[in-house]
Design a protein around this ligand. Structure first.
Ligand code: ADP
Ligand code: MG
Length: 376
């Protein structure tokens, strides 16, 4: 494995880490101005970095392998960088486009966050680079400001129309807490969640599939939500109260009805989940998770055979509740289980996958960890 010194000939100035995340509940609500409730994973992307005075951005990733990618920061334009290097380059572009006069850097990236698993390795990568640049160039930007720039980078430079949840989770989560975020105005509250103290564990079951339709489908769903809000005369679906849902649905074309129903009920599920956490009734989260999965499967239609099977098998094995996490069409499922039963539940899910002729999921345990930070 190449060290920073081997790659770039000098020691790094520092190291920054930014975590992946799972979202407890609130899926596809963030681009509708709604609530989300993510926790940061202990798994992070780490960026070792050193400023360069010659305007070059030199990038290397332990996961991508291959040679160092070399780019001129002044020449960065959306669409100009292929492959994985687009993500870190996008952050530098977004900073410069926002008026920060940052130059080049040497960046060595290494990660424990599985990629393409719905655990938001992309935002972790962006946020690690954003945190490094913030310190290297003395920008003094706050965590939410960096999250917004990272989102802009992914939207406008990489071309993925994601909401703000992933970047806010990676920048702002705290150990032992879930981040109750209002994506309309970025107000947030750290909600304590002591899983271990309640004898519980949160399993992450990575199905290791990612279906191709994910990218186009995400944009189409987002556009459908925006069309529904416009038809209802609302700035975003967040503004539709659950009590007004039945009459609103009657005014929409049939194809938009399930989308709106998901967003409005999902937003209410986030509030119900926060009530459970505030009351210390952690097992109360279980049915909320499972109801959220049913809504994503039946109304929003972003689940797939593998995530449905993982949810069903986990619940059949005694999980308090389970649901897919992330955008959908594959990726990971979270399952709330008694800590003493975690291994057995994971083994039963694996057995169900074998019986179905599918590759077994990879299993992690989600322990609410810290957001982006300098580590050396
Ligand atoms: P997710 O964010 O759910 O993991 P995405 O498709 O949004 O899935 O992002 C995955 C992409 O992010 C990868 O295909 C790769 O381009 C980039 N990426 C993530 N982690 C790394 C890494 N450690 N090194 C290089 N590229 C990475
Ligand atoms: Mg992503």
């Amino acid at each position: 494995m190449s060290t920073f010194e081997q790659l770039f000939g000098q020691a790094p100035e520092g190291e920054w880490a930014a975590p992946g995340r799972v979202n407890l509940i609130g899926e596809h609500t963030d681009y509708n101005g709604g609530f989300v409730l993510p926790i940061a994973l202990p798994q992070s992307v780490r960026a070792q970095a050193r400023r360069r005075a010659d305007g070059l951005l030199r990038l290397w990733s332990a996961q991508a392998g291959g040679p160092v990618v070399e780019l001129a920061v002044a020449g960065l334009v959306p669409g100009s960088v292929p492959g994985w290097a687009a993500y870190p380059a996008a952050v530098v572009w977004a900073l410069r486009e926002a008026g920060y006069e940052v130059g080049g850097a040497d960046l060595r990236l290494d990660s424990e966050v599985p990629t393409g698993a719905g655990l938001s390795s992309s935002a972790a990568l962006e946020c690690a680079v954003a945190a490094a640049y913030n310190d290297l160039y003395g920008l003094g930007l706050s965590a939410p400001e960096l999250a917004l720039l990272a989102q802009r980078a992914e939207n406008a430079f990489v071309g993925v129309p994601c909401g703000i949840m992933d970047q806010m989770a990676s920048m702002c989560c705290r150990p032992g807490a879930a981040l109750f975020l209002d994506s309309r105005d970025l107000t947030m509250r750290q909600v304590p969640i002591d899983l271990a103290g309640a004898g519980l564990a949160l399993l992450v079951l990575d199905t290791r599939v990612k279906h191709d339709l994910a990218d186009g489908a995400y944009a189409a769903l987002r556009a459908g939500c925006e069309r529904a809000a416009a038809l209802l005369g609302l700035p975003a679906l967040r503004s539709l109260a659950p009590a007004d849902l039945p009459s609103a649905l009657g005014r929409l074309p049939a194809e938009l009805v399930p989308l709106v129903r998901h967003v409005v009920t999902e937003n209410a599920r986030v509030e119900a989940a926060v009530d459970c956490l505030d009351a210390g009734r952690l097992t109360g989260l279980g049915p909320i998770l499972t109801a959220g999965h049913a809504s994503l499967r039946d109304d929003y239609r972003v689940s797939c055979r593998e995530t449905d099977l993982a949810v069903e098998a986990a619940v059949a094995a005694g999980a308090h509740g389970a649901r897919m996490t992330g955008g959908g069409f594959g990726g990971s499922v979270i399952a709330l289980v008694d800590a003493a039963e975690a291994e057995r539940v994971a083994a039963e899910v694996a057995a169900a996958f074998r019986r179905a002729g599918l590759t077994e999921p990879r299993t992690l345990t989600a322990v609410p960890a810290e957001g982006a930070r300098r580590t050396a």
